[in-house]
Design a binder for this molecule. Structure first.
Ligand SMILES: Nc1ncnc2[nH]cnc12
Ligand SMILES: [Zn+2]
Length: 330
């Protein structure tokens, strides 16, 4: 099964670039910027990656990203992700970034987007991997902050395809951001939203009906509401499911009870993604292998989920046809 998974061409639509920050690179960049991290070494930092819920992880995620300052730092972060993911046959990625996590520390928006877009251009040449950016608002901040971030981003509008919503979920419903997402939609951006990772099915309804989401990031709690399941299935709404993330954040006690198989059986449109691979112990291929090992999935189901990643990507029809042709051989 591992050889089959290795050979599958993969797309991932749910990867936070700041969550791909491996401890070795983090220490290297911290040293370069003369910043000290509150851990003795890489092993001590990795030992801290024992999470019981989303917020435990987010606390370390924001601490880790705080060593990123220069355009080169963002380039190094992104090119390392592309190189690693390409080694697992990643061919297409839509990459989230959290500008407020950087601009709030005095790093210019142009520095962040400059480094990321330079890495995307190099990844295409070096790894035959195409990537696009999705700008995410932090939902623990207020809507006015998201509005200011959108204003700041609009001069760079050609450099990203969508707008998303991430960070702490419970207590921060999508409806809190209805105005800024209406503006983002009117500006022509695709909309994605983390919903149902830890939060209730109502947040998934809000992402659909109030934000107008084109995809739902996670969506696990939708399984608690059969009307919502029927709606998601009828709309062929893509769910960007993240098995190792759910396991490491204790959303599921064991991978063998991960809902990916149940979602497929209910007719949902499932894609497989890594979320924050440096923190959750695996890149996109590792996520496919984890579910292939622990769930009763057929080769056809694994292939379908890999194809779904390309079907749900925000790319034009020619690019999609080129990507889907990769499946002719597997
Ligand atoms: N899994 C996740 N959920 C919400 N916000 C995030 N930001 C980075 N990873 C996240
Ligand atoms: Zn995420």
């Amino acid at each position: 099964m591992h050889g089959f998974v290795d050979a599958l061409p993969k797309a991932e639509l749910h990867i936070h670039i700041e969550g791909s920050f491996e401890p070795e690179l983090m220490f290297g960049i911290a040293r370069r910027n003369e910043i000290s991290l509150p851990y003795a070494d890489v092993d001590a930092l990795r030992r801290a990656y024992a999470f019981t819920r989303l917020q435990d992880f987010l606390d370390l995620y924001y601490q880790g990203m705080s060593v990123l300052h220069t355009e080169q730092d963002f380039y190094d972060l992104a090119i390392a992700y592309f190189e690693k993911a390409a080694s697992q046959n990643l061919r297409y990625a839509e990459v989230f970034f959290d500008p407020q996590g950087h601009t709030s520390r005095g790093v210019a928006f142009s520095t962040v987007i400059g480094g990321l877009t330079r890495a995307i251009a190099d990844a295409e040449l070096r790894f035959d991997l195409r990537a696009k950016l999705i700008l995410c608002f932090l939902r623990h901040l207020d809507e006015a902050d998201a509005e200011r971030t959108l204003d700041e981003a609009l001069p760079y509008r050609e450099k990203f395809v969508g707008i998303g919503l991430d960070s702490s979920e419970i207590g921060f419903p999508p409806s809190k951001f209805r105005n800024v997402f209406r503006r983002a939609r009117d500006e022509g951006f695709k909309i994605v939203c983390h919903a149902g990772e830890e939060g209730p099915p109502e947040y998934v309804w809000e992402a659909l009906d109030i934000l107008g989401a084109d995809r739902i990031d996670h969506g696990n709690s939708a399984l608690q509401d059969m009307d919502l399941v029927r709606r998601l299935a009828a709309d062929k709404m893509p769910l960007t499911v993240c098995p190792l993330s759910n396991y490491r954040l204790c959303g599921v006690p064991e991978l063998k009870v991960h809902p990916a198989k149940r979602m497929l059986d209910l007719g949902l449109f499932v894609t497989i993604n890594s979320d924050d691979p440096a923190y959750f112990g695996g890149y996109v291929g590792d996520n496919f292998k984890a579910i292939a090992e622990h769930l009763p999935l057929s080769a056809d189901e694994l292939r379908m989920m890999a194809r779904n990643g390309f079907l749900a990507g925000f790319m034009d029809d020619d690019d999609r046809a080129r990507c889907l042709a990769l499946f002719a051989e597997c």
